[in-house]
Ligand binder design. Structure first.
Ligand code: 164
Ligand code: MG
Length: 327
């Protein structure tokens, strides 16, 4: 990446580390089994000594760059970089754009950021029938919105579990169903008829693959259960495209893979859209930056999709300190 730099620009010392962080159980979705969150932690040290942390947490099967592409990009950068370098990262590297731009928000020094958020979180439950036992604990811990993955087992099996689940969930609970694009059109209609009568489902997330946008747009006018696009709007370019093509339903925004936070902020402030910010199972570094954007831009009437810490064994701070100080 050759960039015209102004000679007077401030230089930042750039350090980065790869990481692999296993989940305590496989995250099963229609995309398959996800066992390990891999990414890159980066640190920018300003000439004044101030430090900014960033995280590159790709999800290539959602449309972001791969970890290797992000790593190769980091490796080809000089040890000292400028803000011009950062704001010149191409949109084909959205997770890098997010990671580097977020690192330009200066922390209080050496401390690795921790996430404090006032926003209500949606709790990500595992797919399958274990959900019937697992929702009670987060409920008693205060969660009122839950997300359950469908499109993994057969629709017959999942409808059976769904009917048992909604029998046991308190009426004040909200349930989100996420198919990760794994339903057929017939199955999506079947689910939407069921969710319309069940009335506990807040939205059905990505029922069909992104290529079937027109069908989902039509579907969104036929049922009372809202449809949310996730994989269809994974990057800023896709987000703008779906808006231009008429989507006025819910947008799930995974800030850490969407691209430039500055460009994302501009888009969300320019358009009155129903946005739900969602985690990419990142660490506290990317989560802090994503939650800051969510506090500004996410629909305040909806929980944000960050109830995911239970997918890891170790708390963030311990893990991050170990990663950075002991390599
Ligand atoms: O959005 C949430 O509630 C939690 C995050 C979440 O569900 C996901 C994160 C990353 C990849 C996916 O498996 C999944 C999703 O599809 O939204
Ligand atoms: Mg999703």
């Amino acid at each position: 990446m050759k960039v015209e730099r102004k000679s007077s620009e401030m230089l930042y010392q750039f350090d980065f580390r790869p990481y692999q962080r296993p989940f305590n159980r496989a995250l099963s979705t229609h995309h398959g089994q996800w066992n390990v969150r891999e990414g890159i932690i980066l640190r920018l040290t300003h000439e004044t000594g101030r430090i900014g942390w960033g995280e590159i947490a790709p999800i290539p099967w959602f449309g972001s760059e791969t970890l290797k592409q992000a790593w190769d990009f980091c490796q080809q950068l000089p040890a000292k970089i400028t803000v011009t370098d950062i704001f010149s990262i191409p949109p084909e590297l959205p997770a890098c754009q997010f990671g580097f731009e977020s690192a330009c928000v200066w922390g209080d020094g050496e401390n690795i950021p921790t996430t404090k958020s006032q926003l209500p979180f949606s709790h990500l439950l595992p797919s399958g029938e274990t959900v019937l036992q697992l929702w009670q604990i987060p409920w008693h811990q205060g969660s009122r919105t839950f997300k359950w993955k469908i499109g993994v087992a057969s629709i017959e099996e999942e409808l059976k579990v769904f009917r048992q689940l909604i029998q046991s969930l308190p009426t004040s609970a909200k349930l989100r169903l996420d198919a990760n694009g794994g339903l057929t059109q017939k199955e999506a209609h079947q689910w939407l008829r069921v969710t319309d009568s069940a009335r506990i489902v807040e939205f059905l997330e990505q029922p069909l693959p992104p290529a079937q946008f027109d069908t989902m747009l039509e579907m969104s006018t036929q049922y009372s259960t809202p449809i949310a696009l996730d994989e269809s709007v994974a990057t800023l370019n896709q987000l703008e495209d779906c808006y231009q093509r008429g989507w006025r339903g819910i947008y799930i925004i995974k800030a850490a893979i969407a691209g430039s936070p500055r460009r994302l902020r501009q888009f969300c402030q320019q358009h009155e859209i129903d946005v739900v910010f969602s985690s990419v199972l990142e660490s506290a570094i990317a989560r802090q930056s994503a939650l800051q954007l969510a506090a500004e831009l996410s629909n305040p009437k909806r929980a944000v999709g960050f109830g995911v810490n239970h997918w890891f064994n170790e708390d963030d701070e311990t893990w991050l300190k170990h990663l950075w100080n002991n390599l």
